[in-house]
Design a protein around this ligand. Sequence first.
Ligand code: NAP
Length: 526
Amino acid sequence: MDAIVVGAGFGGMYAVHKLNEMGLSVAGFEAGGDVGGVWYWNRYPGARCDLMCVDYSYGFSDALQQEWTWSEQFAAQPEILAYANFVADKLDLRRHFHFETRVTGATWDAEANNWIMITDRGDEIRATYCIMATGPLSIPKDPEFPGLETFEGEVLRAAKWPHTPVDFAGKRVGLVGTGSSGIQIVPVVAAQAAEFHVFQRTPSYTMPMRNTALDPDYVTELKRNYPAIRAVARASHLGGVRPVTSRPFFSITPSQRQRVMEDAWARGGLDFLGLFSDLLTNPEANEQVAEFVRGKIAATVNDPATAEALKPRGYPIFARRPCLDTGYYEAFNLPHVHLVDCIKHPIERVTAHGITTTAGTVALDTLIVATGYDGLSGALLAFEVAGRDGHTVREKWAGGARSYLGLMMAGFPNLFMLCGPNGPAALANIITLDEQNVNWICQLIDHMRTNSIASVEPQPAAEDAWMEQVFSLAELTLVSKANTWYVGANVDGKPRGLSMYTGGFFKYNETCTNVALRGYDTLRFA
Ligand code: NAP
């Protein structure tokens, strides 16, 4: 093949489409049974995208965005998966993909100038270019406490939820993990279970989503304005149409600040992130916004001790991924919903019939695990990827993930990553970023084919300079100041550091574009 694409999420689907359109032969490989990536696997109750559909959808084809109609401001998982299927049907993408096929090894053959890919079905495929559309959040992480395999009830993983409905009625349910996934699960399971125990270690800050159905007039306006909306998204810091401001927190009076925050809380969504320009750089401003949210928790949760335990402290707001919820804090007012504070009483082990913390054992019929992912670098460390001279990604990333623009790595010719570590990754709207990444890679491949260039990789000095920029920008932001998957703190032994570019989508895109305009002077062609 000319190209192999690993992964059939939104990035992989667009890569296959674009490469095919350029006339390349393409084979896609996907471990799941169909397209959708994370939305294929994450079918847990309450799963929903906390980016608005207007952002979280493809912008490359006007035909697609005119034909598809979203029903809500923030779409639920079934609708997003239906959208992925709609796109796959429209663009006839499935014929290029091998589903239920996991790539288990990738090796660069320097003599033949191609990648040899091995799959769990025993296939061996060679291709000139390899695109890793493996996703920043595709390798789920089980908790470290022992005994999970001894539990005699049902264990459900948010990241790999069953395809058939799960009945919680009459059950004693436990949930471990209160990140974005756990927070979406809580209100839905709380409405069904007989007893529900939420095991919380680090509390997250969450704000009301206040999701709405989209009325037909709004949809008409949306469709009429898509070209401008996409242009605004591509010119923005986050790759989306969220509000932004140049107003620092302390530039207005305390009562004005209070009003601005109350309004944003009442509107819901991620408006809070765009309220003040210095939220992620000024710790004092950040703390005042955090305190505002703690006040809302106190006002919502009836039991003062539970409210206190739910209040996040000790790390900046928005340094963990901000969550949006529908009735999360309210769920703790139900008499059968219990918060277990795992900071005070850490989980010791799972037993045959429940979870034992230092405070005692909680009996459970069903255990939901929502303990996150080995983010950003996990997917390319999950199998052996060997580049020039047999050097592996595992060796290259032993001290932390390194790349050039989050797209390529010195020593790994013709290998490209979508939303890779050290690009904007999870800090930008991932579909806007996927499209930008694929367009840039395809333009480079086109350049190589036009000029009979066999292979490309970044110059080591260019990679070093990019990494220097990523590290120095990370120092300036509060995003690196919490123990999260953003910095690799959730995986034992993982090198610590914010391996994402924090300069914003627009700057990133500009940098990539300039590399192309300069004739790819930071790349090494052979
Ligand atoms: P996460 O944010 O990493 O949260 C994992 C949770 O599990 C944390 O609360 C963590 O606590 C807890 N945990 C892990 N080990 C534990 C242990 N041994 N004992 C007790 N608690 C433990 O993972 P996630 O919720 O799956 O979200 C990951 C990312 O997926 C998000 O940041 C977001 O980017 C994406 N996501 C997006 C959406 C969306 O709406 N678009 C929805 C879901 C997920 P500690 O923090 O103390 O480790």
